[in-house]
Write a protein of this length. Structure first.
Length: 710
């Protein structure tokens, strides 16, 4: 008995941003902490303004990618659609929150600054409670010193007081007290925190910032943390906190604009999420932001109630100078406000680590999905694919840099590259052998092509390490800054030569990491990456292991052909037929330009090259026979046979190198090796069927030869 199943059409996949991206972008609208099931209470981004609207009417679930507003049924749905609507109507940018610099045809839409908070009715109370602490509650001062490590001088600087039942933490502007936070510590149960009516999250103690306007700022999660950190600062930083805790950043962060801020929130999940949220707001306010991971300083990470900056000082041997060392490390790692986002994404692409708890079900595609996918794209049709790196390798003097520069300038001009269509756009060249060499080449190219109009282009000679996520992220930010500066899109980035942009062993881990970095760059920016590389000593293949060929989109040999022509042949092309070109260098001004000589498939190229090689070998043989061929042949035989006898299985290049310099030149030795093979005196095995597969030579003894004949 057979059963049938009713086929169901797969539901369309909801487009979603990463939860942390959503949390950071909508931090200004969020109210209170996120619940365990991912729900975040918030002001409606379409019909309410933080700081003006009294009651938040909306909620959002960053994990599920949906949101809802109770005011109207028209507001709600997917967060992706909300972002699209906000971007279209207000210039909102999911990567940068509320403020975005728009093209010249539109104006920026900055976040509205919250209305000023009214002052406390009784302006005398904060100082009255502070005086009470010093005069009537010495046991509280003792508690603060023993339990929190904070002495009375520090409490006095911050005007902390005690009202008989609770600690008081008053916040003010330069002239008025605005609010007070009360903390009670009962003998049983958790502490109780309340605030004066109408209190808002704000920086505390704000006058610390005014007292030290040039020092880096350490932003702590709680009031006690800020007090202890400030007490231990030793003149290296100034410490403050936000009165709203980790979940609610201060609405007004203008006091930190243009200042360097290091966020040191608690070592738990709420602390990390809160740090990301306030970091996003600080960047929007113009601060230079770094986030300290306290687990790097030896503190344990826990899901809830994690260790804090006070524990760093009191339990883990921390001091201001250790913090300053971490500041310096973060300065090196976080060179601008985009670094955290870029570096996290690059690390994900670079390392490609698998999460054993995860599933790839969202990435599974049906036959119909695959058939409707957009075909692979090229910046140069058939030669340079988008989303991959393409390497062009050759011996020194093979004109690799001329070829790379020729490609980049054709892309910028939108001109077909030797018969192949290009995607026009801006380009960047990272040139590791100096920019001065480009001067005559650029002039020659412009002269040869009648100085066409070009998209913006740039060249960089500064070193960058493509074997590290930090190095790749630096290139990403360079590309983005170039695009912003020139209001254009970069479609290709080139590195020449690769060895100048990597660390480590070319034949080992160095090349492994460099290829991962190049691939991550191409995928993250969705561009073409072009690389110039050297061959190995024998000139047989690209220097290093197989990683360059395996991870590339196109693997192209560049070599010098008969008559001075430049040969380009694809040994790999990921998305199409392998192609080849023969280019003719043309003398222009004080340099060279490249003209097309022949456009071929790889097979046609090898066939024509074999004919040229055969002709050259025949000419060489004739010349050798006219120049005491018998004597040289005898000497060559003695050297070659002796070497093969001593090193059976030796490769051809090594065989010739070992025999050279002993009265017979390398060309003659190469010819004689082929002749000994043809005469049956050498037996040859090859690793594979490829034309350039490695060969191994063995001596055929006379008796073995006769046995095989019989």
């Amino acid at each position: 008995m057979s059963t049938t199943r009713t086929a169901r059409r797969a539901q369309p996949r909801v487009k979603k941003y990463k939860p942390e991206t959503v949390r950071s972008a909508f931090a200004d609208w969020a109210v209170g902490p996120e619940t365990d099931d991912g729900e975040q209470r918030m002001f409606c981004p379409l019909c309410e303004e933080p700081g003006e609207s009294r009651t938040p009417s909306a909620s959002m679930n960053p994990v599920e990618g949906v949101w809802n507003c109770l005011k109207t049924e028209e507001h709600g749905g997917s967060i992706y659609d909300l972002v699209v609507k906000l971007k279209r109507e207000r210039g909102f940018d999911i990567r940068g929150g509320q403020t975005i610099t728009l093209p010249s045809t539109r104006t920026a839409v900055p976040a509205k600054k919250p209305k000023a908070q009214p002052p406390l009715e009784d302006q005398a109370k904060p100082l009255e409670w502070h005086d009470q602490l010093g005069e009537h509650f010495p046991e509280r001062i003792e508690w603060a010193t023993e339990q929190r490590g904070v002495n009375f001088d520090t409490l006095r600087r911050a005007h902390v007081g005690f009202n008989g039942t609770a600690w008081t933490f008053p916040a003010r502007t330069s002239t008025k007290w605005l609010q007070v936070k009360f903390m009670q510590y009962p003998k049983r149960g958790d502490k109780k925190v309340t605030q004066t009516p109408g209190a808002r999250a704000m920086l505390w103690p704000a006058h610390f910032l005014q007292d030290e306007p040039t020092l880096p700022v350490l932003l702590c999660e709680g009031e006690w943390d800020a007090l202890l950190a400030e007490q231990e600062a030793d003149g290296l930083y100034v410490a403050v906190t936000g009165t709203g805790g980790a979940g609610t950043p201060p609405a007004d962060l203008s006091a930190l604009a243009k200042r360097e801020v290091f966020i040191a929130y608690d070592c738990d999940e709420a602390g990390r999420e809160g740090a990301a949220k306030v970091a996003a707001k600080l960047r929007d306010s113009g601060a230079n932001v770094h986030v300290i991971d306290l687990s790097r300083l030896g503190l344990p990470f826990t899901q809830n109630h994690g260790a804090d900056i006070s524990d760093f000082f009191r339990q883990y041997g921390g001091n201001a100078h250790k913090l300053a060392e971490e500041f310096e490390r973060l300065r090196r790692v976080d060179s601008d406000t985009e670094r955290d986002e870029v570096l996290r994404a690059i690390e994900e692409l670079f390392l490609m680590e698998d999460d054993p708890r995860g599933s790839l079900i969202e990435s599974v595609r049906s036959d119909d999905d695959i058939l409707t996918m957009t075909p692979g794209r090229y910046v140069i049709d058939g030669w340079v694919p988008v989303g991959f790196f393409s390497d062009f390798f050759g011996e020194p003097g093979s004109h690799k840099t001329f070829v790379l520069l020729d490609m980049l300038r054709h892309i910028r001009a939108g001109m077909p590259w030797h018969g192949r269509e290009v995607e026009q756009g801006a380009t960047l060249l990272f040139e590791g052998e100096g920019l001065e060499q480009l001067q005559p080449r650029i002039a020659a190219w412009n002269e040869f092509h009648d100085s066409p109009s070009l998209e913006p282009g740039g060249s960089v000679s500064d070193p960058v390490d493509m074997t590290t996520p930090e190095g790749v992220a630096r290139v990403v930010r360079t590309v983005r800054d170039f695009e912003r500066r020139h209001s254009t899109r970069v479609v290709a980035v080139a590195f020449d030569p690769l060895v100048e942009y990597m660390n480590g062993e070319e034949n080992g881990e160095g090349m492994e990491l460099a290829t991962l970095g190049l691939r991550a760059l191409a995928r993250y920016l969705d561009i073409a990456v072009i690389v110039g590389a050297h061959t190995n000593a024998a000139g047989l293949r690209a220097r290093g292991g197989d990683q360059l060929r395996m991870r590339s989109g196109a693997h192209v040999r560049v070599e010098t052909l008969k008559g001075g022509r430049i040969g380009l042949v694809q040994e790999k092309q990921k998305n199409g037929e392998r192609l080849a070109l023969q280019l003719m260098p043309v003398r222009v001004l004080d340099s060279l330009a490249l003209s097309m000589y022949a456009k071929q498939t790889a097979a046609e190229y090898y066939a024509s090259k074999s004919g040229d090689d055969a002709e050259e070998r025949a000419t060489l043989k004739l010349k050798l026979s006219e120049e005491s061929a018998a004597v040289k042949t005898s000497k060559a035989d003695e050297l070659l046979i002796g070497c093969v006898t001593e090193f059976p299985g030796i490769g051809k290049a090594k065989l010739i190198d070992r025999c050279a310099g002993q009265g017979v030149g390398k060309p003659a030795l190469g010819v004689r090796v082929d002749e000994l093979e043809a005469e049956g005196r050498f037996r040859v095995t090859r690793d594979g069927t490829a034309r350039n597969a490695p060969s191994h030579y063995f001596l055929v003894e006379p008796d073995a030869e006769s046995d095989e004949t019989s």
